[in-house]
Design a protein around this ligand. Structure first.
Ligand SMILES: [Zn+2]
Length: 257
């Protein structure tokens, strides 16, 4: 049975796993997306009318993030993003012809005009801002109905450096200026296809002034009086722990999980 492949089978943002939250092994078919060719890891979408086999269950990827190790989650996030990209690039965006899957690269190729469409990652900056020795800025997202406070984050715009994006997002969302912007770490974030790029910065000047469409509340909190913060496994959690406890935020040691 050595021709069985480990399979990421998605239904939107949910993944098929067994009772121990491990991936099933299945017979691979031609239309599968190959995630890793050596020991055969594949990805596919669960069809709408397909029956879930006994012993398997659909679990949201966000929940698996809290159970799996970093490598497992990163491969899963690669699989879901590649599937989504393939689904959304069935036609050439240049001439409209039907595309074909490239044999060796992750590319959708147009046989009519030769245009190659590659998977796209959306860079997103996330910043942990401190004031003095023992205060951290936390903000409640306007869309978040729970009581959780997170960090300032937003997409990088065309033509902008990462540092400019950090300054602009902070100014827009909470009306503050920051200084000493330093890179910390990054994390692929497949909701839907982002690369979170983490920075720390210090408060420089300004009064808190919230952008109501984005932020419903924000304040500087003492390190020992934090509200509810993002869950362990998210880069925001690692960043907050980094500034408070000095634990590594970079994933090269994988110590942040
Ligand atoms: Zn074309």
């Amino acid at each position: 049975m050595s021709n069985l492949s480990l399979a990421y089978i998605f239904k939107q943002q949910q993944l098929l796993v067994d009772e121990q939250f491990q991936l099933p092994r299945i017979e691979s078919i031609a239309s599968d997306l190959v995630v890793q060719s050596g020991d055969q890891v594949i990805a596919r979408d669960l069809l709408d009318d397909e029956i879930i086999p006994d012993g398997l269950q659909l679990v949201p990827l966000r929940q698996l993030l809290q159970i799996w190790n970093v490598q497992q989650f990163e491969q899963a996030s690669r699989a879901i993003q590649l599937l989504e990209w393939r689904r959304n690039h069935k036609f050439c965006s240049h001439c409209g012809h039907k595309t074909e899957v490239h044999r060796t690269e992750y590319a959708m190729v147009c046989p009519a005009c030769g245009y190659h469409q590659y998977p796209r990652v959306n860079p997103c900056v996330i910043t942990v801002i401190t004031r003095g020795e023992d205060e951290i800025l936390l903000a409640k997202n306007a869309k978040n109905t729970r009581g959780m406070y997170g960090l300032i984050a937003g997409f990088v715009e065309v033509g902008e450096t990462l540092e400019e994006a950090v300054r602009r997002e902070t100014e827009e969302e909470v009306g503050l200026q920051v200084k000493n912007i330093q890179y910390l770490a990054s994390q692929p974030w497949p909701f839907p296809s982002n690369l979170m790029i983490a920075f720390k910065a210090e408060y420089a000047s300004g009064e808190l002034c919230l952008q109501p469409e984005e932020i419903s509340d924000a304040d500087f909190f003492k390190f020992d009086q934090l509200p509810e913060i993002p869950f362990k496994g998210s880069i925001a959690h690692a960043m907050i722990m980094h500034v408070i406890h000095g634990t590594p935020a970079a994933d090269d040691t994988k110590a942040w999980l």
